[in-house]
Design a protein around this ligand. Structure first.
Ligand SMILES: [Zn+2]
Length: 353
């Protein structure tokens, strides 16, 4: 009866393997190994034909019992492992309600953009429109047509970034470049006057570039806003009224302005505009250097020579222009000691605005 012993030994091995299977796929492998088409039980039963007619019923009975007990053991182990798998899945998916949430800070405009928009809003409100020009500009628009020909002392090479063609053309590499990063937004004035007829009321905001080392009061790249008006009968009084309106809108209606004579090549007469100090109200303090005033922008009446470059009749038309640095206005409005704070991206600082 060695075949019955084989069956019983196989059953004991199989039950041991079933009880130690640690997950459902291991359990299924055990099932295939013993009960599958090529499994152990099947191959033992294949030897049944060699038995005598007396032996067969007893062996058949034992093999049925073995099969039933293995199926029962498999079923029981399956139930245990299935429950464990479900429990593991539930624990893995559980939400720990005691964990702190992830904070998402709402986005906001950078202070430079806020000031830029404030200034734009003031001028849109009195009928100006926005004009734009290229940041990589021709010498002609940046200097020459603004009344600064090649030998003009005001266009010193010191603070201009020139753009050179390095494609291999020897003459282009060594020669003087007439392409540059604009040093101010004033070339937009020329482009507008070239392409449009008066009346012109435009505002040109944009980035400008100077070969300066960043320090508390200088940045090599900053934002300027240029204004230009050309119409019949425009006087210096219009310029004063416009810029006084701007200062009161930006800094507050209790602030006063004053105009000091100055020089710019493309305006005549020219002036610098100061706004009364918001900290000492004009008494004089450390912020305003004891003067009671803060310089905020440059301006003037468009020089008739500039009208000559763009074909506008200076006998019929007059105009004014002004330009301001957005970063400087931000610094004055919020009492910032260092312009670099605006571009360093420190969120602890920027979130305050
Ligand atoms: Zn002051």
């Amino acid at each position: 009866m060695s075949i019955i012993q084989d069956l019983e030994q196989m059953r004991d091995e199989a039950v041991g393997a079933i009880d130690t299977a640690t997950d459902l796929s291991a359990l299924d492998a055990v099932r295939v190994a013993y009960l599958g088409k090529k499994g152990s039980l099947t191959s033992i039963l294949r030897g049944l034909g060699a038995l005598s007619a007396e032996e067969r019923p007893a062996v058949g009975k034992v093999s049925n019992e073995v099969r039933q007990s293995l199926e029962a053991a498999l079923g029981a182990r399956h139930a245990v492992l299935d429950a464990a798998a479900m429990q593991a899945k539930v624990s893995a998916d559980a939400v720990d309600v005691s964990l702190p949430g992830r904070r998402r800070l709402p986005g906001r405009e950078h202070l430079i953009e806020q000031i830029r928009r404030e200034v734009i809003d003031v001028f849109i409100g009195i009928g100006y429109r926005i004009a734009e020009g290229p940041q990589v500009e021709l010498d002609y628009y940046n200097f020459e047509a603004l009344n600064q020909p090649a030998d003009h002392p005001a266009r010193g090479l010191a603070d201009t970034f020139y753009v050179r063609d390095l494609s291999g053309d020897e003459a282009a590499v060594t020669g003087e470049s007439d392409v540059l990063l604009r040093t101010h937004t004033s070339p937009v004035q020329v482009r507008v006057m070239e392409s449009e007829k008066p009346p012109i009321y435009v505002l040109a905001p944009g980035k400008v570039y100077r070969r300066d080392v960043a320090d508390p009061s200088h940045l090599p790249q900053f934002t300027q806003i240029e204004g230009l008006v050309v119409d019949e009968g425009i006087t210096f009084a219009d310029l004063k009224g416009t810029l006084d309106h701007l200062c009161k809108e930006i800094f507050g209606h209790d602030r006063r302005t004053r105009f000091r004579p100055h020089f710019f090549p493309f305006t005549e007469p020219s002036a610098e505009v100061d706004v009364s100090c918001g900290i000492c109200a004009g008494e004089g303090c450390r912020f305003c250097g004891g003067t009671g005033w803060l310089e905020i922008l440059g301006c003037g009446m468009v020089d008739p020579n500039v009208f000559g470059y763009v074909g506008i009749d200076p006998e019929r038309y007059s105009g004014f222009a002004f330009g301001m640095g957005v970063e400087r206005i931000a610094a004055l409005k919020y009492d910032l000691p260092d312009l670099r704070m605006l571009v360093e991206g420190d969120m602890r600082f920027l979130r305050q605005f």
